[in-house]
Design a protein around this ligand. Structure first.
Ligand code: PMP
Length: 463
């Protein structure tokens, strides 16, 4: 096919998407009217648009492309598995990839989180963890212990139950969300400390949790569900010591601590899992997805503590059956992709590399703080953001700040960098294979975009 014909064929892709696909985030006024940029292929940290432009994939897809694109090892493993055994019923058949993957993940999780349940992605992983907490308390003979405690600004997925746990209140009006059993605590956003020190802010957050347990009654609360970093809620890094103090309270009241590591797992924070090594807690359950396959194919899961399971299995099973039946639990091709992905990450030391690159990443983002319009930069490992506020003293962005930030993101795109727009944040969570020079390239583009858009808004250089 001549190059022109190829370009026209790709143009048809954009039209077909626009005309026939309902997107997971669709502005309904534009349904059928606006086309998305079309990507044709990808290599390493770069994706290519249909006009041939190369873009740095700043958000690693949706925080998931850990090892980057075009990794033959993963593709070969998937092709081989699809040929020899593409499917095995999880009801009554074991398959080698699922068994080996579970065994492998158990070596990467903290503590005794050695039993893995596989799902089809992050939402179904968190949904399954919450359903497990219901099942657990039913088997233990405490059917009233069912409430779930979450935080404002948290995000946990798009099933009915996980959407009900979403603390991004802007999502609520769109659907009828049953939240009778869900209780929201304050966002642990350090910018909300106001005049308080971070220590005093943390004390208040802890007190709020204790008061909530007291008022609802510990016998009614099944689980505390928390992301180590509130990712989609705004890359919010709670005050130091937050997780350990919340875990201690959970232990006191026999409340399951579920750590949602869908974003932070598989190296994103410079460790295989962030809960223990970065934030000092061994949860009862960890949920994961995204980076487990580097996005090559959908897969998620949860790792459950043996001690927790011991209370409801064997002689403590009381005749129960755990029934949370997914046709695609243990999907062999997905599990083979994950195994190849993890082997690749180990062989190339990609998690260590992410940990070692974290300081450079943080410093590169921080170098933007001299620009007017940049209120703050923050990161853990290789997940970070630049908060863009026309008035940097504001704790949270206004509609005007969000429009300003969106313009910066659009300018970055024109200049060759994809940035995830998230309200007043430019979010960057690149593939973990990114080099120092590539981080510098990203930040140089951001500098140009922020400078130009800032100037267009009449912002002058900081003193
Ligand atoms: N939990 C967290 C922390 C997430 O960020 C996400 C998705 N961004 C999910 C769960 C849901 O995962 P998925 O989109 O794979 O269903």
């Amino acid at each position: 096919m001549a190059l022109n014909d190829a370009a026209k064929a790709v143009g048809a892709v954009g039209a077909a998407m626009r005309d026939h696909v309902l997107l997971p985030a669709q502005e309904m006024a534009k349904l059928g009217k606006a086309a998305q940029p079309v990507l044709t292929h990808a290599e390493g940290i770069y994706v290519y648009a249909e006009d041939g432009r190369r873009l740095i994939d700043g958000p690693a897809g949706m925080w998931c492309a850990q090892v980057g694109y075009g990794r033959r090892e993963i593709v070969d493993a998937m092709a081989h598995q699809a040929m020899v055994l593409p499917y095995a019923s999880p009801w009554y058949m074991a398959s080698s990839p699922a068994a080996r993957l579970a065994q492998k993940i158990a070596t990467l999780t903290p503590g005794d989180l050695n039993r893995i349940f596989f799902t089809t992605g992050g939402s179904t992983a968190v949904d399954s963890a919450l359903r497990f907490s219901e099942f657990y308390n039913n088997v233990l003979g405490r059917p009233q212990k069912k409430r779930i405690i979450v935080r404002y600004d948290g995000y946990h997925g798009s099933t009915a139950l996980t959407a009900a746990c979403t603390g991004r209140t802007g999502n609520w009006p769109n659907f009828d969300i049953e939240q009778d059993r869900i209780s929201f605590l304050s966002s642990p956003n350090p910018r909300h400390a106001g005049n308080r020190s971070q220590e005093a802010f943390l004390d208040d957050l802890v007190q709020e949790f204790e008061d909530r347990i007291e008022s609802l009654g510990p016998d009614t609360i099944a689980a505390f569900l928390a992301e180590p970093i509130l990712a989609s809620g705004g890359v919010i890094i709670p005050p130091k010591g937050y997780h350990a103090r919340f875990k201690a309270i959970c232990e006191k009241h026999d409340i399951l601590y579920i750590s949602d590591e869908v974003v932070t797992g598989f190296g994103r924070c410079g460790e295989w899992f962030a809960s223990e090594k970065v934030f000092g807690v061994v949860p009862d359950i960890i949920t994961f997805a995204k980076g487990v396959t580097s996005g090559y194919v959908p897969l998620g899961g949860l790792a459950i503590s043996e001690a927790v399971l011991a209370r409801i299995s064997g002689e403590n099973a009381r005749g129960s059956w755990f029934t949370n039946g997914y046709t695609y639990s243990n999907q062999p091709v997905a599990c083979a992709a994950a195994l190849a992905n993890i082997e690749l990450m180990e062989r190339e030391g990609i998690v260590d590399q992410a940990r070692e690159m974290a300081d450079h990443f943080a410093a590169a983002l921080a170098s933007l703080r001299d620009l007017p319009g940049v209120a703050e930069t923050r990161s853990v490992g290789l997940v970070g953001c630049v908060q863009c506020l026309l008035d940097p003293t504001r704790a949270d962005g206004t509609a005007e700040d969000k429009a300003f930030t969106l313009k910066i993101d659009e300018r970055c795109f024109e200049l060759g960098l994809i940035v995830r727009p998230l309200g007043d944040l430019c979010v960057i969570s690149p593939p973990l294979i990114i080099s120092r020079a590539q981080i510098d390239d990203m930040v140089a583009i951001m500098r140009q975009a922020i400078t130009e858009v800032g100037a267009a808004h009449g912002l002058t250089a900081k003193e």
